[in-house]
Design a binder for this molecule. Structure first.
Ligand code: PHE
Length: 465
């Protein structure tokens, strides 16, 4: 087999991983979820979940990737030492294909908004414009264009394609967001927006704790690219001297800063025009914010810069989603990278095209289905790292970690017992709200704890531990 590609530098890996994490999740999903769930209360909960669940979960995915040195299918098979690993890894590959199918449609919307913002095409009637372009043949066209951009990058491989592009695009995203946030501060009537976003409201949090937990946990997974196997794949190209805990902290902090910055732009701007931010929902960026741009002096310029920034962020996330299935074909079947890129892109052209034509399927896929698939994927990673590998996982965590290796044991305990319960809990929340069943906080907690214990016993008996 030809030697595998790898990152030129550890910094390149970190930038690419932050590029994967920082995307539509931060700029499109995070502000409207925050606005819908009480502003600062959601922000606090989300930050706690990033620290408590996101960081140790991401470490688990990195540990498996670097230890396995393959994409999910091969990595999990060799780590578990049984064919079930291939099945779990294939599930990840399917997840990335499903994710990219919807992601590329939204990426297409962003591409279109970037191109038409200079002439303010949607300024007159933002809602109508979004309604007409979001689904249908034009949406298919822009989805294909977005996909072509990502494919062109993945085509060139890890070091010459992904790493190079991330090194330029990610810093550009940060600089542009800071510029936009500073500009937002100069706008009138934004004080209420900042207060809603940053002023801590303990009463709201206490009263709505149960309702906020589900969406905040889902967002923490989505934004850190957890559970899809994309981060696992990126870590498979790492050398042993990289410190996984340090890289994880840098990635989680940078990604959070990018999300918070996006909120500092979107939420105050909505308030400045008297728009209730909770009303926006998924269309917040394209309708509510678009109408704000339409009514501000210099709005066309700001809108263009804003959507171009979102586009860059979406591209660096999209490439990590495409890399996983492409690298799987390369690693597992010896297909050339170029052929694999073309083949997988053709498949996603069709699946994403279908979603761009069917809005109700799109909503199901981009919401509950993705949440479920990411949670299931992460649960499997946790079980493998914490229950099956355990000492090997500790060893991999510690390699290159320096003094942070002291955290290896507490980490593996968290991964084995705390995180599976939290992930099952959030999975249950998604299921119960889908099925319209009401199961309170205690009910869900009992089911999540019991479920974790049962899974632990099943895994123990299967592996003979
Ligand atoms: N983290 C990305 C975002 O916030 C989405 C993503 C999820 C990318 C899973 C890869 C894997 O937009």
């Amino acid at each position: 087999m030809a030697t595998r590609d790898s990152w030129v530098s550890n910094l390149g890996f970190v930038l690419a991983a932050v590029g994967s994490a920082a995307g539509l999740g931060n700029i499109w999903r995070f502000p409207w979820l925050t606005a819908e769930n009480g502003g600062s209360a959601f922000l606090v909960m989300y930050l706690l979940l990033i620290i408590g669940v996101g960081v140790p979960g991401l470490l688990a995915e990195f540990v498996l990737g670097r230890r396995g040195k393959q994409t999910p299918t091969g990595a999990l098979r060799s780590l578990i030492g049984s064919p079930e690993g291939s099945a779990l890894g294939s599930f990840n590959v399917v997840t990335t294909i499903v994710m990219l199918s919807f992601y590329s449609v939204v990426g297409g919307w962003i591409l279109r908004y970037t191109l038409v913002s200079p002439v303010g095409a949607y300024f007159g009637q933002p809602a109508q414009y979004f309604g007409q372009m979001s689904y249908g043949l034009q949406a298919v066209g822009f989805h294909l264009a977005f996909l072509a951009i990502i494919a062109a990058i993945v085509f060139f491989g890890v070091s010459r394609g992904i790493e190079r592009v991330s090194k330029v695009m990610l810093p550009a995203v940060v600089v542009l967001l800071i510029g936009l946030a500073a500009w937002t501060m100069t706008q009138p009537d934004t004080a209420a927006g900042y207060a809603f976003y940053l002023g801590f409201d303990g009463e709201y949090l206490a009263a709505n704790f149960v309702n906020i937990l589900g969406p905040a946990a889902g967002q923490a997974l989505f934004t850190l690219s957890l559970g899809a196997g994309a981060m696992l794949t990126y870590a498979s190209y790492l050398e042993d001297d990289a410190s996984l805990p340090r890289a994880t902290l840098v990635i989680a902090i940078s990604n959070t800063v990018i999300g918070v910055l996006a909120g500092l732009i979107v939420i105050p701007l909505l308030f400045s025009q008297g728009i209730d931010p909770g009303q926006g929902g998924p269309g917040a960026l394209f309708v509510a914010l678009a109408s704000v741009f339409g009514s501000l002096p210099g709005g066309a310029v700001v809108a263009t810069v804003f959507f171009a920034t979102v586009l860059l962020a979406a591209v660096t996330s999209g490439i990590s989603l495409l890399e996983t299935p492409v690298a799987t074909l390369v690693d597992e079947y010896g297909v050339s990278r170029r052929r694999a890129t073309v083949g997988v892109s053709l498949l996603i052209a069709v699946t994403g095209g279908g979603l761009a034509l069917a809005s109700s399927v799109f909503r199901f896929v981009s919401g509950p289905l993705v949440d479920i698939m990411l949670s299931v994927g992460l649960f499997a990673f946790l079980a493998i790292a914490g229950w099956i590998l355990r000492t090997e996982a500790i060893e991999e965590f510690s390699a290159g970690a320096g003094r942070l290796d002291a955290l290896a044991t507490p980490w593996v305990m968290t991964v084995s017992w705390v995180l599976p319960v939290v992930v099952l809990f959030s999975l249950l929340s998604t299921f119960t709200s889908l099925a319209g069943i009401s199961l309170g906080l205690n009910g869900r907690a009992v089911v999540a704890i019991t479920g974790t214990i049962v899974c632990r016993i099943v895994v123990a008996s299967a592996t003979g531990d």
